[in-house]
Design a protein around this ligand. Structure first.
Ligand SMILES: O=c1ccn([C@@H]2O[C@H](COP(=O)(O)OP(=O)(O)O[C@H]3O[C@H](CO)[C@@H](O)[C@H](O)[C@H]3O)[C@@H](O)[C@H]2O)c(=O)[nH]1
Length: 448
């Protein structure tokens, strides 16, 4: 009988965290390890509803391979004792339901998002192996791991409040950053900032209990940050099973009709606009966006989630006939499509990696947290895109959108660098590449 080691996967309850850990899980089960994936109750129902209506057979089949279970909401707001009790109860329940006759083993390892800080202590107590998964870039991870030093140096206080107003470098080889751009200070409300600091600070403790630290990046993408954190195993860009389009874990139903529409568009012509799962836009900003797209005169594919704006939208005359508006797109298939010319993005880390992997020039419109840093890397370090600047009223104007779209599409240097990045990212994820080897070694270690 073939042994089947068993891993419990715990993502933070948000799309940009569930998706990459689902991709990790898919690759793990491909290699003969059992996965139980525990998500919060509301997300569990959302993901299941989408799966049952998905037209993608491969995705539906993954439900037979990856066991989805639900966990209570809000454990990150509970005290550690309550969260630890819950964690132990969850592991016991999963183990009780195991059918040992087919070789399946009890949970021996937990892969926890770095932000799921409450799981680390009880996992250690139960004697489980721990793999920490960092969903952000290596550079942002390095900044997070620098927090104790920043406090010691009197740059921030113990609540993350800046005590100085200056630019700093956390390593000579990394770009300078303004203290006010620390990810917990670039949020849209104070409560969110507090939580982000608490979570970021906690990573410094959790990492000490981890047997592996995995990151969705690759060595050649961020060599300076990689040199700072040599113990981190880069496993990016993450791919779901062997197919671009086989991703389980979507919170919204993908509207695949936009792919047929893309088929009918000229090569390299369409602007794809998507701002991930959290960004919201106020009425004035939304109006500038659609007018800016209209001014370009180009075809567009625009993702507007149902919760993205509460403004009643008035489109310029003839606008809606020039492109497609969808609630949620099959993003990777869109970016792999030859008709797409550029990607206007909020620079969430997964979208940034999607853009690099498919070799698409990016127009950066960061919204909050790590997106500010990711945008700096795209426009200033890798030079694979351009930043959209805000005017004096904090708005990205229609003229800024029009001129940056034209500048980006005409920039041959960006095209060359984007193609180079695509090549490097595919090399690292292909058999024998650095990320692929790291992943393989990790999975083999799970089997020991
Ligand atoms: O129409 C869409 C839009 C997005 N996506 C996918 O949804 C994910 C979105 O992730 P990301 O780009 O990282 O954005 P957020 O959902 O905003 O992610 C949160 O989590 C990330 C990881 O921590 C952070 O980098 C972000 O700042 C944070 O907002 C990606 O896998 C996309 O491929 C789709 O499939 N269809």
């Amino acid at each position: 009988m073939v042994r089947q080691p068993h891993v419990l996967v715990l993502p933070w309850p948000a799309q940009g965290h569930v998706m990459p850990l689902m991709q990790v899980s898919q690759q793990i089960v491909d290699n003969g390890v059992k996965v139980t994936f525990a998500i919060t109750e509301s997300i569990h129902s959302q993901v299941l509803a989408n799966l049952s209506s998905s037209s993608k057979e491969g995705v539906r089949n993954d439900l037979n391979r990856i066991r989805l279970v639900s966990r209570p909401e809000g454990l990150e707001y509970q005290n550690q004792e309550r969260a630890s009790d819950y964690f132990e109860e969850l592991v016991r329940k999963i183990n009780d339901e195991i059918d040992g006759d087919n070789g399946e083993e009890k949970v021996s390892c937990v892969i926890a998002d770095a932000t799921v800080y409450w799981a680390y202590e009880p996992a250690k107590k139960l004697g489980l192996k721990i793999a920490m998964f960092c969903p952000t870039s290596l550079a942002v991870t390095a900044m997070t791991l620098h927090i104790p030093k920043l406090i010691e140096m009197g740059i921030i206080d113990e609540n993350g409040t800046p005590l100085k107003h200056e630019m700093i470098k956390i390593s000579p080889a990394l770009p300078e950053i303004s203290i006010h751009d620390f990810l917990w200070l670039r949020t849209y409300d104070q409560g969110m900032g507090k939580l982000l600091f608490h979570v970021s600070f906690s990573i410094n403790k959790s990492i000490k209990t981890a047997d592996w630290v995995l990151c969705n990046s690759f060595d050649k993408l961020e060599p300076a940050a990689y040199d700072m954190l040599p113990y981190i195993q880069t496993i990016g860009p993450l791919v779901a099973s062997s197919e671009v389009n086989q991703t389980m874990g979507q919170f919204w139903a993908e509207d695949s009709t936009c792919l047929t529409w893309l088929d009918s568009q000229p090569v390299n012509s369409v602007i794809y606009i998507a701002f991930g799962s959290i960004t919201t836009l106020k009425r004035d900003q939304f109006s500038e966006l659609v007018h800016g797209l209209d001014l370009t005169g180009r075809q567009y594919l625009l993702v507007i989630r149902s919760d993205m704006t509460n403004a009643s939208i008035t489109y310029p005359g003839g606008f809606t006939e020039k492109g497609r508006i969808v609630n949620w797109a099959p993003q990777r298939e869109v970016l792999a499509h030859p008709s797409v010319a550029c990607f206007m993005t909020h620079c969430g880390w997964n979208s940034t990696m999607d853009g690099l992997r498919f070799g698409i020039p990016l127009l950066c419109w960061p919204y909050f947290a790590d997106q500010i840093h990711n945008s700096t890397y795209v426009s200033d370090e890798w030079k694979t895109g351009l930043r959209l600047n805000k005017d004096g009223n904090g708005i990205v104007s229609r003229n800024e959108i029009k001129s940056k779209v034209e500048e980006l599409i005409a920039d041959e240097g960006i095209k060359t660098r984007v193609a180079e990045m695509k090549k490097l990212s595919m090399e690292s994820a292909s058999k024998g590449g650095s990320s692929s080897k790291n992943f393989y070694n990790f999975v083999e270690a799970l089997k020991c």
